[in-house]
Design a protein around this ligand. Sequence first.
Ligand SMILES: [Zn+2]
Ligand SMILES: [Zn+2]
Length: 213
Amino acid sequence: MKIYDFQLGPIETNVYVILPDSGTGAIAVDAAEGAEEQLGDFLKKNGRSLTALLVTHAHWDHVWDARRLRDNLGAKIYAHADSAPFMEVDGAQDKYMFDSRRLESAHIDMRLSDGDVLDIDGVKIKCLSVPGHMDGSMAYVLEDESPKKAFVGDLLFEEGVGRWDLPTGDFSKLEKSIREKIYTLPEDTVLLPGHGPFTTVGRERSSNPYVRP
Ligand SMILES: [Zn+2]
Ligand SMILES: [Zn+2]
């Protein structure tokens, strides 16, 4: 498979697109502002259609275009059940916005829980519940890749971690999620975060200043 990274929206959110080796489908991870247009063009050029949108967490910078990917590109939305109050209710995030625009609500087609294993277009994806940055945060692990790859949203960054001061954020949960769910993956697992460059489990275990193994 191939993985492409688009940095979109006002705070350069990483939107990833997975193109499986066979078939005509594609899988997106997160849907920042501009995703409909950018991914729409990209998929058309590659002769693919969008099967699924995996949501790492429901902050507006990751789900701004979720409804448009569902309604206009045909993707089914996969997200942790705890994301529903933030995604399925109009105006749920109004107070965190920079300006007066409103986040459009988006229906979650598949409500996920910890340990779910998905098979989308032949891609095996393990879902890990990783609260701490926000309730409903998920990491998605591509189990059959060598080395493994994990989309971690805003849980963990290269030598950093996500904020825990926003509603439902909690540092002790964040620390536990990283130690128990991420640091236990093989050392060479590539971590693809919601912002900034990719890193690996081994690198963060040895040098992340916020969460020590
Ligand atoms: Zn976030
Ligand atoms: Zn973010």
